[in-house]
Design a protein around this ligand. Structure first.
Ligand code: SAM
Length: 475
């Protein structure tokens, strides 16, 4: 059977989609190639959020195509994901060596389409149509890596943590963002369907689940495989009196009931979707870890309005206060865009001051990138690249300075981690995560994988902690 290599660009949603496609192909007998240079099929799972991400994937495909044309003409090349969705046929017109373009609602057809191409029944395939029910098709996992198809249920899985896709699409229409076009309208899976997938993962040894969606706080509000609100309820909650809890909080409660599951995370929420029921859930559900990724985008109300974000600086700060009241140790990260059209130096100063006031544990900074067919791309007063770069640099310095202080404060403390496996940078060491989502590297061994371990933090590096397994009774 052929081997496949999938390279992923972009967010965790893309990581999850790639995993589901890889698992689908492994189930059909494919092997996972260690690199693109030896694979029979190379798929690039793309991101469209910024121009840079698109350029990187196109550049990569150009190099692959040149190599394949010269040395390995039978290799199948494909684009999938967000850029495949937004550009479709245009990608094959530009890069004629590409055989497959698979949109964001079509991942579950990957094996069939590759089969048709590999057996010579079809030459090129472009499928970017909408498909009803596709939100419930991202469900296969690859817990055992390349050996999954041997089905050795007793082997501890390589993955202790798993992502579960709970919905697809986005209806927010932020003026900078291309995602509503690449991912379509919001569609949610039902609670019983999601819970069944989580249960299955836990029965295979998974200890931590991250619920994924473009805007998870909108879960269950619109359309999807189960349109009636009552169909979102798991059977155990059916008998409860009518509730004002959002479907997302009901989902958290249902997943929380799964025996053997140790930790629940989710990403990304929208600040305006953070109601009191969700804050209260943080205080009430012990498996819901004290960690929140809350994309703020800007600290200026004027810019937030232009972005169409639907909250103010004051409301965002109020939310952070409530979260810290509910869980004082909560780790808070964010996304920030610098140089949005019309952003003045004063607006940018407000973003800097917001970062200082909140003291984010970390932040992902994005230089604004005009995206086609988005309102912001047509707005006046586009900020020159040089200024965007300079602001990005200044904000990064502030974020790093705050991060350093926050990470240094952990030194000498004991904290619980869930051990995930060998460290990527140094496989001789093990790595785990605190509940507040900080990576801890320590001297350990395979026997620690999957354990909830108390460690004493001995040193802090750049957004990484180093620790020793704590010995009981020692302070
Ligand atoms: N759920 C998130 C939210 O609440 O907005 C959106 C996730 S988006 C895929 C990841 C991040 O990319 C956004 O939070 C935003 O900071 C950044 N982003 C999106 N469009 C962008 C653009 N045109 N230029 C620069 N950054 C962008």
């Amino acid at each position: 059977m052929p081997s496949v290599f999938i390279k992923t660009y972009g967010c965790q949603m893309n990581e999850r989609d790639s995993e589901a496609v890889a698992a689908q192909l492994v189930a059909k007998g494919y092997t996972l190639a260690p690199s693109e240079t030896v694979a029979d099929v190379v798929l690039l799972n793309t991101c469209s959020v910024r121009d840079f991400a698109e350029k990187k994937a196109i550049g990569k495909m150009q190099n692959l195509a040149a190599d394949v044309r010269k040395n390995r003409p039978n290799v199948v090349l494909g684009f999938m994901g967000c850029m495949a969705q937004s550009r479709g046929q245009e990608l094959i017109d530009k890069l004629p060596d590409v055989d497959l373009v698979l949109g964001t609602q079509k991942f579950h057809h990957a094996a069939d389409y590759l089969d048709e191409i590999l057996t010579g029944h079809r030459d090129k395939i472009v499928d970017v149509a909408a498909e009803s029910g596709s939100e419930a098709t991202i469900r296969e996992h690859l817990l055992y890596g390349n050996i999954a198809r041997n089905g050795d249920g007793h082997r501890p899985p390589l993955q202790i943590t798993a992502y579960v896709s709970i919905m697809q699409g986005c209806n927010q229409r932020c003026t900078f963002c291309i995602v509503p076009d690449t991912r379509g309208e919001e569609r949610s899976r039902s609670i019983p369907d999601i819970v069944a997938e989580c249960r299955q993962l836990v029965s295979q040894g998974v200890k931590e689940i991250t619920l994924l969606g473009q805007i998870v706080t909108s879960y269950g509000k619109r359309g999807g495989s189960s349109r009636e609100p009552e169909n979102f309820l798991p059977s155990t909650l059916d008998a409860r009196p009518s509730t004002t809890k959002t479907p997302f909080v009901q989902l958290l409660e249902a997943v929380h009931e799964i025996e053997g599951l140790q930790r629940i995370r989710f990403t990304s929420p929208h600040p305006k979707g953070y109601g009191d029921d969700l804050i209260e859930a943080y205080a009430r559900l012990p498996k819901l870890v004290e960690s929140a990724h809350l994309p703020v985008q800007s600290g200026s109300d004027r810019v937030l309005k232009l972005m169409h974000r639907g909250y103010t600086r004051e409301r965002f700060l109020g939310l952070i206060k409530k979260l810290r009241r509910a869980r004082p140790d909560i780790g808070i990260t964010t996304d920030i865009i610098v140089g949005f059209p019309g952003e003045t130096e004063d607006d940018f100063e407000l973003t800097l001051s917001l970062a200082r006031e909140v003291e984010f544990d970390n932040a992902y900074l994005f230089k604004y990138s005009p995206r086609r067919d988005t309102p912001a791309a047509e707005m006046p007063d586009q900020v020159p690249l040089k200024i965007r770069e300079e602001r990005n640099h200044r904000l990064l310095e502030t974020i790093n300075e705050i991060g350093k202080r926050k990470y240094d404060a952990f030194v000498g403390r004991r904290t619980q981690i869930l051990v995930e496996g060998p460290s990527r940078k140094n496989p001789a060491r093990m790595t785990g995560r605190t509940r507040c989502n900080k990576i801890v590297v320590f001297e350990g061994s395979e026997r620690h994988r999957g354990q909830l371990l108390d460690v004493k933090i001995t040193r802090a590096g750049s957004f990484t902690l180093y620790g020793d397994p704590a010995i009981l009774g020692e302070d």
